[in-house]
Design a protein around this ligand. Structure first.
Ligand SMILES: Nc1ncnc2c1ncn2[C@@H]1O[C@H](COP(=O)(O)OP(=O)(O)OP(=O)(O)O)[C@@H](O)[C@H]1O
Ligand SMILES: [Mg+2]
Length: 314
């Protein structure tokens, strides 16, 4: 592991809320520890109520931990020096909708104290970076959800941060909108920035994240690179497609298989690794053709569902 200071360092972090008249305890984050390193795109996953937003709020210094540490760039998360290097898109951003895209970004750049000489170019560059130059003079109330999300990301980039934290950046977007946000995130990585994002959309996470953490009921269940986590999941299954076999052989092959994907003369079945040699020999012996042979790969969704459904951490 890298010896440089982690961009994010969370150590045994806990957050308890007290709710209602009886001050009932909600233990939203329970002993979370993780590190995010420079240049990573890190995916923070978990079902609804897992504690993702609560963790992000502690990282942003918006709420204080009950115990444990949340550090950014080696300093406590509430330290102003750390905050100056971070951009943040909250989960349900609310923007003043009568401002145009460029007025909105200009407003945020004033908040960051950028001088009037650099503001116009900074705003234009950001609009361009998130593909909204054409909409610079349109009020936000006329923006689509995807455009709002993109202008929100632009807002998070105003101070040219080293770390960009995005809480559910793809939520509610159509496939094109999601792709646009993914491209922006890749672009941030190319610029050497570190990105920490929470998401429910596992296909997107699978496409862009270097490492992921899965949080369930406030506890860390899994942490690693996608290949490490998905490698664990491999069930050693192989999909085999064959043609030109007699119906008796077709029956035999189907009975050997774990499942039939496509029945018929051109048959596709899934076999365990142990049965594959025998199946191939059978097909060839009976004069059939092997059309395709594809090892099956577990997906992040398989892992996520497995973790959410299993009651115990492993
Ligand atoms: N301010 C608060 N007061 C009381 N309980 C809270 C507060 N904020 C969060 N919680 C509780 O903490 C738990 C974690 O919530 P959190 O919003 O962090 O989850 P999440 O993983 O972001 O979920 P989602 O995917 O739905 O956004 C939930 O049980 C939630 O009800
Ligand atoms: Mg949330």
């Amino acid at each position: 592991m890298s010896t440089t200071t982690p961009i994010i360092q969370i150590k045994d972090l806990h957050k308890e809320f007290r709710i209602g008249f009886w001050r009932k305890r909600v233990h939203a984050v329970r002993g979370l520890s993780l590190e995010v390193h420079p240049g990573e795109i890190f995916g923070f996953l978990g079902p609804n109520g897992a504690g993702k937003t609560t963790t992000i709020k502690m990282l942003m210094g918006l709420i204080f931990p009950s115990s444990g540490e949340a550090n950014l760039f080696g300093a406590p998360a509430h330290d102003v020096r750390a905050k100056a290097r971070v951009g943040f898109l909250p989960e349900h951003p609310y923007f003043y909708e009568y401002l145009t895209g460029s007025e909105f970004l200009d407003f945020y750049s004033r908040l960051f104290g950028l001088s009037s000489s650099i503001r116009p170019t900074r705003v234009e560059r950001l609009l361009e970076q998130v593909g909204l130059s054409h909409a610079r003079d349109i009020p936000l109330r006329k923006y689509s959800k995807g455009m709002i999300q993109r202008v929100g990301i632009a807002q998070a980039l105003i101070n040219d941060p080293d770390l960009v934290v995005l809480d559910e950046p793809m939520s509610g977007l159509d496939p094109l909108g999601r792709k646009e946000v993914r491209d922006i995130i890749f672009n941030l990585k190319d610029q050497g920035k570190t990105v920490f994002l929470s998401s429910h959309i596992l296909q997107d996470v699978e496409m862009i994240c270097d490492r992921v953490a899965i949080l369930i009921k406030g506890q860390l269940r899994k942490l690693g690179t996608l290949s490490e986590l998905l490698g664990e999941l491999k069930e050693h299954e192989i999909e085999l497609t064959v043609s030109g076999i007699p119906s008796l052989t077709n029956d035999q092959l189907r009975s050997m298989s774990k499942r039939v994907v496509i029945p018929g003369d051109r048959l596709t079945v899934v076999l365990s690794e142990n049965d594959i040699q025998e199946a191939i020999q059978l097909v060839l012996r009976e004069g059939g053709r092997i059309e395709a042979l594809a090892p099956q790969k577990g997906t992040l969704e398989d892992l996520f569902v497995q973790q959410v459904q299993s009651p115990n951490a492993d």
